[in-house]
Design a protein around this ligand. Structure first.
Ligand SMILES: NS(=O)(=O)c1cc(-c2ccccc2)cc(-c2ccccc2)c1
Ligand SMILES: [Zn+2]
Length: 237
């Protein structure tokens, strides 16, 4: 049976044949090229609620075979007027040895080393599954990662990837302040109405991609996970 992938015969070009939304007019990601950008002074900075999670709470890191995702707490939310969006999970988009830069969004054609997505769903819906099928259902924060100095908050997640090497494995991470995963400037971002970047590509995402990248070290970026059989290859270049 068909299962989508990032490459090969079930790669991106085959997605629209199996998933009606993929390749649609709202398809994410985008290259934020100056020709499509328009400054909007009415946009509010992103407001985080409950992001400073106590160490007595735990997040679950798990591997679904396509990506590693970390479940978040329903006490976490963001405010994008007129809605509140409840945190669901965060996940990573890495590159691979063939294409080391793995960000999905680009700025002016520049692709970054990796990208983190923090997925939230509109509080007007009962759960994320329902919200996924609504045009105003999801709000995803995009954080671009670039090679620079060591980042201790990301290290708390990246060092545990080895425990979720295979599809179906889980690992617990003690709570910490997830705002430290975001860039400092929460008022500098690109905003657009788009979709899930992977099948089924639901056009239900209000995207907020921060303008400023967050820096992690080359060793931290080089932790790559190759999906499929899901083997973790520590490429410490
Ligand atoms: N890249 S994304 O933000 O559009 C995205 C969101 C969600 C998502 C997650 C929770 C609730 C609802 C949607 C899941 C994925 C995904 C990535 C790889 C493999 C499978 C799924 C990707
Ligand atoms: Zn994503």
């Amino acid at each position: 049976d068909y299962h989508w992938a990032y490459s090969g015969e079930n790669g991106e070009t085959s997605w629209p044949t199996k998933y009606g939304f993929c390749g649609g007019v709202h398809q994410s990601p985008l290259d934020f090229h100056h020709s499509i950008l328009q400054y909007d002074s009415t946009l509010y900075p992103i407001r985080l609620q409950g992001y400073n999670v106590s160490t007595t709470d735990y997040f679950t890191l798990s591997n679904n075979g396509h990506t590693v995702s970390m479940s978040l707490l329903p006490t976490m939310s963001i405010e994008i007027p007129p809605f509140t969006y409840i945190a669901s999970s965060l996940h990573f988009h890495w590159g691979n040895l063939a294409h080391p830069k793995g960000s999905e969004h680009c700025i002016g054609g520049k692709r970054f080393a990796a990208e983190v997505h923090v997925v939230h769903y509109n509080s007007k819906y009962a759960d994320v599954a329902t919200a996924m099928n609504a045009a105003d259902g999801l709000a995803v924060l995009g954080i671009l990662l670039e090679v620079g100095s060591f980042h201790s908050s990301y290290d708390g997640i990246l060092t545990r990837l080895v425990n979720v090497k295979y599809k179906g494995q889980n690992a617990l991470i003690p709570g910490f302040n997830l705002q430290t995963l975001l860039p400092t400037r929460l008022d500098e971002f690109y905003r657009y109405e788009g979709s899930l970047t992977t099948p089924p590509c639901n056009p239900s995402v209000l995207w907020t991609v921060f303008r400023n990248p967050v820096f992690i070290s080359l060793e931290q970026v080089s932790i790559r996970i190759f999906f499929g059989t899901v083997c973790l290859t520590l490429v410490l270049s």
